[in-house]
Design a protein around this ligand. Structure first.
Ligand SMILES: C[S@@+](CC[C@H](N)C(=O)[O-])C[C@H]1O[C@@H](n2cnc3c(N)ncnc32)[C@H](O)[C@@H]1O
Length: 214
């Protein structure tokens, strides 16, 4: 994957959506469904077992009723941020949750340096200001904290940004990698954890710098 060395200007058209109405409308009713196949969820849970250290404070950004974390893993704080209160209230992995539209407010409602790990699962394609959101995310992470952005090939088509419709999977990964870079993350890496059958699982990981900056 290419490392981008200069500030990237993303085409504005990348961030258009078929449904530009407030996201609160789309997410007003809970959806107690899985957004990828069971084998893919299992692969993501196994990845999280390695990625999330015991007792870590975790933020599940763009969360729903399932976080895919191993049930037997002892963690610290597990905060969920998403769009539907009923889904978040039903999420047994969370120790707290907040409803917040990141397409309206990209600042996160957490103190600086709160989290060791941040997870964004099959949702990055819904952000219209991803660099701003990821930059806010970096500021609520501890130095050398890590983020994992898990991606697959399914989406809510009307709510996904245009780039996710027009770009090939490899290009989408490069785009999200560039979002992370522009947001100030370091050590961006890609791992393919796709199961033998089921939806693919492509994961980008990155690290917050050792000294915090806003
Ligand atoms: C496809 S679901 C994935 C949910 C969960 N992360 C998972 O892995 O099953 C997309 C999620 O993105 C969240 N989301 C979509 N738009 C959002 C926005 N504008 N602000 C915050 N969260 C959003 C929704 O709450 C929803 O839970």
């Amino acid at each position: 994957m290419n490392r981008l060395m200069d500030k990237t200007v993303f085409p504005e058209a990348y961030f258009h959506r078929a449904d530009e109405s407030p996201d609160g409308n789309f997410y007003s009713a809970p959806r107690f469904v899985a957004h990828v196949d069971p084998e893919t969820i299992e692969a993501l849970t196994e990845f999280y077992r390695e990625f999330v250290p015991l007792k870590a404070d975790v933020l599940d950004l763009m969360s729903s009723w399932i976080s895919h974390l191993p049930k037997d893993q002892t963690l610290g704080r597990v905060a969920g941020l998403g769009m539907n209160a009923e889904e978040l209230a039903a999420n047994a992995a969370l120790t707290e949750y907040v409803v917040r539209d990141l397409n309206r407010h990209h600042e996160l409602p957490y103190a600086k340096g709160s989290f060791d790990r941040v997870l964004i699962s099959v949702s990055i394609q819904y952000l219209i200001n991803p660099v701003e959101v990821l930059s806010s995310t970096r500021s609520v992470m501890r130095p050398k904290g890590q983020i994992a952005i898990a991606m697959s090939h399914r989406c809510f088509p009307t709510k996904a940004i245009a780039a996710f419709h027009s770009l090939a999977p490899k290009e989408r990964l490069e785009l999200v990698s560039a979002f992370l870079y522009e947001a100030g993350f370091e050590g961006i890496e890609f791992v393919d954890r796709s199961p033998a059958t089921g939806d693919p699982l492509w994961i980008l990981t990155a690290t917050s710098p050792s000294t915090s900056s806003s």
